[in-house]
Design a binder for this molecule. Structure first.
Ligand code: GTP
Length: 78
């Protein structure tokens, strides 16, 4: 039986440093030239095989713009 290992990743950083673009490329293998700024926080999951196991990534993409108060917006906290 396959084991599932879970990884929790939170991206933090100034606005425009490409946090969302990295998540988009990682989760969907896609690049959007006109990607919108993140508001508060977005959550994405990606599961990928690794050897005989599965790796599940839980990704929190926070807003870089201070006015969105992303660190206080997560219902689960960090
Ligand atoms: N040329 C180029 N532009 C990039 C690259 N990665 C991201 N960008 C652009 O940089 C800008 C900001 O990218 P985002 O991913 O929205 O940055 P962010 O850190 O998530 O920004 P916030 O959501 O405001 O926190 C966007 O216009 C992207 O298209 C890259 O590798 N090359």
């Amino acid at each position: 039986m396959m084991a599932i290992e879970e990884f929790k990743v939170c991206l933090l950083g100034d606005t425009g440093v490409a946090k969302s673009s990295i998540v988009c490329r990682f989760a969907q293998d896609y690049f959007d030239h006109n990607i919108s700024p993140t508001i508060e926080v977005s959550f994405v999951t990606k599961t990928a095989p690794c050897g005989n196991d599965l790796h599940k990534f839980l990704l929190w993409d926070t807003a870089g713009q201070e006015r969105f108060h992303s660190l206080g917006a997560s219902p689960e906290g960090y």
